[in-house]
Design a protein around this ligand. Structure first.
Ligand code: SAM
Length: 258
């Protein structure tokens, strides 16, 4: 496992900064501020992405009866982590977190506060090793039973689109019928300032993150049955009453494996 490098900004730490967390270093704050100077909307995007994740987990528990979650690209602990949202509704829910950032590993204890009825585990593995991810998840989850795969803001880190598609396919291949994919990603085509800020971020030495056209985000769900309303700008996906529904450059959806 690589050491925590505080000389270059890191995805999980900058995301944590925009979410209002404290688990970040001056280099992350500087990169985060440089980004918001060009595109302040990123803070709304980060928070809307987390809010979408929460709503999709609540849907999975309540409407789809899912009790197992595999959250790849977990990020640093924040309010409403996956296991907290799921276990609030279903204390027996079991969650496996996967991330390859050493700082996420260092904070993983905060992710492992399960209800006695359920379970949480953390596996420090890369998304680029999907079969290893599945093997490790199988220690905590029963992968013959429906499982929700969560990919929230991670696939943009896979520069090659075909490779990103392949990784999603290989992860879903290890899950049975009735499993789901909850995915949301930064999208191109909404605001040139967003694209400009992202291009500059990708020059900072951090692992780059690529915004994708909405059609490419949609195509990650190939072979799945999309839950209505499909892949949309995240504030428009099952909004809470009274919540803002202005479209933003973050698209996502939920799909069921037939
Ligand atoms: C933008 S953050 C999103 C965090 C969280 N999923 C959320 O939606 O708030 C991206 C996360 O993906 C993780 N990540 C990036 N590349 C990865 C890889 N190859 N394998 C596992 N995790 C990775 C980063 O460490 C970071 O925690």
């Amino acid at each position: 496992m690589t050491q925590i490098d505080t000389s270059v900004p890191h995805s999980a730490r900058i995301w944590n900064y925009w979410l209002g967390g404290k688990d970040n270093y001056p280099v992350d704050e500087a990169a985060g501020d440089a980004y918001t100077a060009v595109f302040p909307g990123i803070v709304t995007i980060a928070r809307s992405s987390r809010a979408f994740l929460g709503r999709s987990i609540r849907y999975l528990v309540r409407e789809a009866g899912v009790r197992q979650f595999l959250d790849v690209g977990t990020g640093l602990p924040t309010v409403d982590n996956t296991h907290e949202v799921a276990q609030r509704l279903a204390p027996e829910a079991r969650i496996v977190y996967v991330d390859n950032d050493p700082l996420v590993l260092a904070h993983a204890r905060a992710l492992l506060t399960s209800t006695p009825e359920g379970a949480t585990a953390y596996e420090p593995i890369s998304l680029f090793e999907p079969e290893e991810v599945l093997a490790a998840a199988g220690k905590t989850l029963d992968l013959t039973r429906p499982t929700a795969l969560i990919l929230s803001g991670i696939l943009g880190h896979v520069a090659d689109y075909d490779q990103a598609r392949d990784l999603v396919r290989r992860l879903l291949a290890g899950l049975p019928s009735g499993s789901h994919l909850s995915l949301n990603e930064g999208s191109r085509g909404t605001d040139p300032a967003y694209e400009q800020a992202q291009d500059a971020y990708n020059e900072t030495g951090a692992v780059p993150y690529f915004l994708r056209p909405v059609e490419q985000i949609e195509a990650f769900f190939e072979g799945l049955e999309l839950v209505a309303p499909g892949v949309v700008s995240v504030p428009l996906w099952h909004p809470e009453p009274g919540a803002p529904t202005d479209p933003i450059g973050q698209h996502g959806g939920l799909g069921r494996k037939p």
